[in-house]
Design a protein around this ligand. Structure first.
Ligand SMILES: NC(=O)c1ccc[n+]([C@@H]2O[C@H](COP(=O)([O-])OP(=O)(O)OC[C@H]3O[C@@H](n4cnc5c(N)ncnc54)[C@H](OP(=O)(O)O)[C@@H]3O)[C@@H](O)[C@H]2O)c1
Length: 268
């Protein structure tokens, strides 16, 4: 796992052949198409929201779940900005989803995330969606096994990266005609175990932070929503998660804001 000193406080796109590949990426994002449907409506036939044409940033995009989410968003016509901390894994993701633009950034480093936001704004404009997937698990050994080292790892990955990205992009989500924030949490928040206390506590903090962001959306009267997806294990649920993420834009913001959505494992 990278630390703040690994990536430095700047966005590092050096691993990409020419930084962002504008040919297949930024220029392929047609956000005007989505907004035109709303602007052309005569008031009685307002088109439903859709992710097509929205700019969605996936924070922690190189896992199996990240690949599924990035792929589904790209297929649905979103402009996808995929962020991770490892150049090689981002390169693999780009090979699988050429429509996605990728940035290397240590999302645990607020200065780096601030720089990332500046670059994203300059190259793509404000984002409409933030899908936070940075996670990881440490635990075991009962309460005695809840080490400071594991706590620091989990706090950095689960909480700090969420705080950093939401603070950096909150104004975008507030200003968007369809701002959406989503995280993936765990059933361990409801049923914490002694051996997973560090993990459950950081996931609970992430959920609380997300609900606070959602309260800010509601208070501002913004058509934005913050949603917590909940799983026991993600393995096998990547496609379900990806579909739910795409579907966030098919639902009225007020009806999903600050909801907790359980993803069910497929029935045998
Ligand atoms: N997996 C499960 O069974 C499970 C269960 C319950 C909840 N969840 C939650 O579901 C979400 C997705 O799970 P996952 O297993 O796909 O997540 P993950 O593999 O732990 O993290 C997703 C990606 O985040 C990137 N990342 C890690 N640290 C980063 C940093 N400092 N800056 C930028 N990117 C960073 C990693 O890519 P790089 O190393 O390439 O940067 C990784 O591919 C997480 O929030 C997780 O806690 C998962």
């Amino acid at each position: 796992m990278g630390s703040a000193s690994d990536a430095g406080p700047t966005v590092d796109r050096s691993g990409q052949a020419s930084g962002i590949d504008r040919a297949g990426q930024a220029s392929g994002i047609d956000r005007a198409a989505a907004y035109a449907a709303e602007e052309d409506a005569d008031g009685s036939t307002v088109a439903g929201p859709t992710v097509a044409g929205r700019i969605v940033l996936v924070a922690g995009a190189t896992s199996a779940a990240g690949l599924a989410v990035v792929s589904a968003l790209a297929r649905a016509g979103a402009g996808v900005i995929a962020v991770g901390s490892h150049v090689e894994r981002l390169r693999t993701l780009r090979a699988a989803v050429p429509a996605a633009v990728t940035y290397q950034c240590d999302l645990a480093d607020f200065a780096a995330v601030t720089s990332l936001a500046a670059v994203v704004h300059a190259e793509h404009g404000p984002i409409d969606g933030l899908i936070h997937l940075v996670g990881g698990w440490r635990g075991g050994g009962g309460l005695a096994g809840q080490s400071d080292e594991d706590w620091d790892f989990l706090h950095r990955n689960v909480v700090t990266t969420l705080r950093n990205t939401t603070r950096a992009f909150n104004d975008d989500l507030l200003a968007s005609p369809a701002g959406r924030l989503a995280i993936v949490s765990s059933v361990s928040v409801d049923n914490p175990l002694a051996g997973g206390a560090n993990y459950a506590a950081t996931k609970a903090a992430a959920e609380t932070w997300t609900r606070a962001v959602g309260q800010g959306f509601r208070k501002a009267g913004a058509p934005a929503a913050a949603v917590v997806f909940v799983v026991k294990a993600l393995d096998g649920l990547e496609t379900e998660l990806a579909g739910r993420v795409v579907g966030l834009w098919d639902t009225d913001a007020a009806s999903v804001n600050n909801t907790r959505v359980f993803l069910a494992p497929p029935t045998p």
